[in-house]
Design a protein around this ligand. Sequence first.
Ligand code: GUN
Ligand code: FE
Length: 381
Amino acid sequence: MVDTHTHAPQYPNNGLGHSLQLLEWLDELTFPLEKQFSDDEYAREVYGQVVRRNLAAGTTTACYYGTLHVPATLTLAEVALEAGQRALVGRCSMDRASPPDYVEADCAASMASTHEFLDLFPRFCANTPLPLNGSSNGTSNQPLVRPILTPRFALSCSPPLLAALGQLAEAKHLPIQTHISENGAEIAAVRKAFPAAPHYAGVYDAFGLLTPRTILAHGVHLSPPEVALIARRGAGVSHCPTSNVNLNSGAARVLALLDAGVRVGLGSDCSGGPGTGVLPALRGADAMSRILAFEGRAERGLSIPELFYLATRGGAEIAGVDAGSFEPGREFDALWIRPRSPGFWAGGDTRALFEKWLFAGDDRDIGAVWVRGRCVSGAPP
Ligand code: GUN
Ligand code: FE
């Protein structure tokens, strides 16, 4: 399962935020926590737990935001590589509209840190050999852990910084992750900060940040022209339903995105969203889609195959990883579900068990997790 949007440093706050909205939540809960990752030892301790816990919950690929700190975010990459988790790891670029003690001085300082991060990253990019029964040539074409450019969101980046990141993404063919159109107050602030842009998506597009390698988190309030633009550019949307409820953001219209040809995956958005791993996000996507249908704002709810696709190959598509399905040629990332919850075995053909686990199971029912053919959590049968 692929978590296309999560914040590794925010796990200590997992479960908080229920009565807040995005901008207050950032100031009151999130920035004060992230600031603490200037301490690399603290980062190592937290990130070790985050990666192990995510693997145990069945997250075989994670698109992680770190903090603005170079050492701590490299530590996150190191921890993911050592644990064998497939990961995209991003250092947050943020040179404005953030607390004075948790912000980069200006565009030049921010880009210097991004270049330092990218220069030091290759030590984690060595292609890990596949086991003998893996692919035919015994090695993968994709590093297990890769860097991703991470302009935090439009509000926290100056126009020169967005421009520099867009140019860098194109020059080095790098993936990009950011947030878009999550919350009403955020959208109003973006309109004010970028008066020349036609809309939120237009801000990113003006700086070359809407690409087929871009992951846009949330997209709750996108207008039809924004959806059409995102589809044209081939960017992906990370649907984060648990976060969109918890932070009182709204209901993203996933069916409309899919109908418009936008590629979609799921994100836990910890700690905007409570819960660990992709399963709670899958259930949130299900509930949200059905509520929209009840209210006549969507034609229908999402089907089980659609939900499972979003959680697996759909996420892999937007993360640009060669996993997420058992089609020939893909790398072997897999979960072994061996039910432990009471009654799971009763009257269950495989299909019923699958459905039971998706909607009623949890990580106690995961016997083992493999990434790139290597058992990285639990124990094989
Ligand atoms: N927008 C900018 N930063 C964040 C964050 O950390 N989480 C969420 N959900 N939205 C954001
Ligand atoms: Fe987020």
